[in-house]
Design a protein around this ligand. Structure first.
Ligand code: MN
Length: 341
């Protein structure tokens, strides 16, 4: 996946306290707060935690993102405690794209949008005073952008001992464009204008430049940060049938020698069973007529609640690995299914 990022100080602020990550399938925006370089340091600590934790664990995007938030929160609290700064914190919005799914982690009033077929949808919920007023119908989105208390955020990274990030996933298809931004952009550019300027007909870099220009034209009262990721192709499943056959042949050889029974019994693959995800032990192969797998049990996860990408993998029998890996995969599928309902 290709991504680009652009940050600009704006036309009023003395310092840029935003930070970003635009590293292939990993995107993030942090908007720091606190005087005397504190905001910039908080934002930097947050994006560093994202780079270290989310890049390092590609297999479990949800727990990696959660860990990034916990580590970022701790790092910022340590800096502010050491140096006696109060109210040092940051917003943090993260997007990690894998296999046609984007996992989002979010705290604060930076935003993640998805642009697809000209339709713009905001994926995140603003954790801000005006955001709550808009959601409860007491304020219009337009009035919110000029409200005197528009900068008051209700959740931040680094300000409290406990951190409560929103973490969720969304299916993304080739051709879709993800846009992450700080409130310096959305304060000057409304959703209609954003959808127009960010059109997927324009290259991402040109769009980022145009968006920053538009926010500056609208006053540039805050730091402006834009990160754009274009979904190109969905990577194929990691294990091909050919590779599986090789594994099966090795297992069969091992069986002949003895000792592979245990391994087979603790290796799992998933299939579709009566409209639900079924758990099987062994391997979904019958080299030379030897059956190496058998049905074990059915889960409560319904196929109709899963994204197409996973349905296709399940149709082809999805090898997952040992008990620990099975638990992780089922937890992720359960989350995806729950979100679809
Ligand atoms: Mn800001």
């Amino acid at each position: 996946m290709r991504s680009v990022g652009l940050t600009d100080i704006g036309r009023v602020r003395a310092e840029n306290q935003d930070a970003l990550v635009a590293d292939g399938p990993l995107l993030a925006v942090a908007d720091g707060m606190g005087g005397h370089a504190c905001g910039a340091r908080a934002a930097k600590a947050a994006v560093d935690a994202v780079r270290h934790n989310v890049s390092a664990d590609k297999r479990r995007p949800k727990s990696a993102i959660n860990r990034a938030f916990i580590r970022a929160n701790r790092a910022i609290r340590e800096i502010s405690a050491d140096e006696g700064h109060e109210r040092m914190g940051t917003t943090l919005t993260v997007a990690s794209v894998q296999n046609g799914i984007v996992w989002i982690g979010h705290v604060g009033d930076s935003r993640a949008y998805l642009l697809r077929d000209g339709q713009l949808s905001q994926l995140t919920t603003d954790h801000s005073l005006v955001g709550e007023l808009v959601r409860s119908g007491q304020l219009s989105p337009d009035k919110a952008r000029s409200h005197p208390k528009r900068n008051v955020i209700t959740r931040a990274v680094g300000t409290d001992q406990q951190i409560r990030p929103d973490i969720f996933s969304h299916t993304v298809r080739p051709g879709a464009r993800l846009i992450l931004c700080s409130d310096g952009l959305t304060g000057g550019v409304d959703d209609r204008q954003l959808a127009e300027l960010a059109s997927t007909k324009r290259p991402a870099q040109a769009v980022a430049t145009k968006l920053v220009e538009a926010a500056n034209r609208a006053g540039g009262t805050d730091n402006i940060t834009v990160v754009i990721g274009d979904i190109e192709t969905v990577e194929p499943p990691s294990r091909s049938r050919a590779a599986l056959f090789v594994v099966a042949a090795i297992v069969l050889t091992a069986l002949a020698v003895g000792g592979a029974d245990y391994w087979l019994d603790n290796n799992y693959y998933l299939t579709i069973f009566q409209g639900q995800v079924g758990i099987n032990r062994g391997l979904p192969a019958e080299p030379f007529g030897f059956k190496l797998g058998h049905f074990d049990r059915r889960t409560s996860i319904k196929i109709k609640d899963l994204p197409d990408y996973y349905v296709e993998r399940l149709e082809q029998e999805m090898v997952v690995g040992d008990t620990d890996r099975l638990k992780e995969v089922l937890a992720d599928l359960g989350d995806l299914a729950e979100r679809a309902r």
